[in-house]
Write a new protein. Structure first.
Length: 402
């Protein structure tokens, strides 16, 4: 009887991996257009030749794998996924993989800056299944029953059976509460992304943030179980969050706009072995002490007419980075080489021709220390001045674009 009880406890506490794979070389990527935003010819995707040359065994989407022609349309999302699957370079890369997976962000969720209020429950089920179909996820898996596209995978090496990494894909859209100043990004109006960035900046200036959540109760419970049960088994955690986790830049969507949720995330992961966040969304790449951002497989923040503002923002908010210049606005993707023998993950941000741009080595088995901090701090006089300037800019932007 006691043996049965012990076995039952073991089964209950064991993590149910969504997949396991031997991986030595992998690629992360996000923000990938297959159609022109304004119509016309399909968007060129030159990165696949360089990615193929890297010879990855795994490819992991960090969000925005597609940008549908229409918002909140399952049919439009399915059309985009089909078109992406027909890209010759992507087909060649996929044919050589042992693992394809990922999470979504707002555009493959179907709504720019979208969150939990963007869809009805039945609509969410439809777009979730469309995304999982794109990843070739089996119909007979618990992932099809979850409310969200979060998942966990064991990455390891047969040559080093005592070493492994937990790859966790979070869903930061399905259950995310509204921002303190609700985003207008969901409106299909030219330049609306700039207006949304200004409202997030304004929120930081007046020091008003959402006290809401990012993951939702079900995903938190799942995540807490993963971290607890794997704390001794794995040598590190790669946590993929489509939006940035640790940034001082208030203009972008990030966990920083949800400080209660971010503090909960940090509290959960503090002390765990070798936690590294990988994020996308922002249309540039950067390296921070506990985070790597890769964003812009087909386009970056330097592409639109307001590209110069991107340079200003990236050179203004630098405190979260490894060094102030640890960023790049070239079209990019992120490669990782798992050096299992040396307990090291070697990350490289590369441009679309496979040229290295930024580097980071991540040591496995080291306890993680995460520090929660506000997006940025200002004196009262500075807040009043910037509030007035931002209000004026919003009024001008509203006049021009709305």
């Amino acid at each position: 009887r006691s043996a049965t009880w012990i076995l039952a406890v073991t089964i209950i506490n064991a993590v149910q991996w969504d997949s396991t794979a031997e991986v030595h070389r992998a690629v992360f990527a996000s923000c990938n257009r297959v159609f022109q935003h304004e119509g016309g010819d399909d968007v060129a995707q030159p990165a696949w030749e360089g990615i193929e040359a890297f010879s990855p065994e795994a490819f992991w989407w960090v969000g925005d794998a597609v940008y549908p022609k229409e918002s909140k349309s399952e049919d439009s999302l399915t059309e985009s996924y089909t078109a992406q699957n027909n890209i010759e370079g992507y087909k060649r890369v996929k044919s050589k993989l042992t693992m394809l997976d990922g999470t979504w962000d707002d555009h493959d969720y179907g709504v720019n800056d979208g969150g939990k209020d963007s869809y009805t429950p039945s609509e969410k089920t439809g777009i979730q299944n469309a995304f999982l179909n794109f990843l070739n996820v089996s119909m007979n898996t618990p992932r099809r029953e979850r409310k969200g596209v979060y998942s966990v995978h064991k990455v390891s090496s047969h040559a080093h059976p005592d070493k492994s990494v937990a790859l966790i894909f979070l869903d930061t859209r399905t259950h995310r509460d509204p921002h303190a100043i609700p985003s207008v990004g969901g409106y299909d109006i030219p330049g609306i992304a700039l207006v949304s960035a200004l409202t997030r900046f304004l929120s930081s200036v007046i020091n008003v943030y959402s006290q809401g959540d990012v993951l939702g109760d079900e995903q938190w419970e799942w995540m807490e179980g993963i971290v607890k049960d794997l704390s001794e088994e794995v040598q590190g955690f790669i946590v993929v969050s489509s939006i940035q986790v640790n940034t001082s830049n208030p203009t972008v969507e990030s966990w920083g706009h949800f400080p209660v949720a971010r503090n909960r995330l940090y509290t959960l992961l503090n002390g765990s072995k070798s936690v590294l966040f990988v994020s996308g969304d922002v249309h540039f790449a950067e390296v921070s002490p506990n985070e790597l951002t890769t964003s812009g497989l087909t386009h970056t923040c330097g592409t639109p007419f307001y590209g110069p503002l991107c340079h200003v923002a990236l050179n203004t908010w630098t405190s979260h980075r490894a060094t102030p210049t640890s960023f790049d606005i070239s079209k990019n993707y992120l490669t990782v080489t798992f050096n299992w023998a040396a307990d090291t993950l070697q990350f490289t941000v590369r441009d679309v021709s496979n040229r290295p741009l930024l580097y980071k080595d991540h040591i496995l088995g080291v306890p993680t220390v995460l520090h929660d901090a506000p997006l940025f701090t200002l004196s009262t006089d500075q807040r009043v001045l910037i509030f007035c300037v931002t209000g004026t800019m919003l009024a001008v932007a509203g006049f021009l674009f709305i």
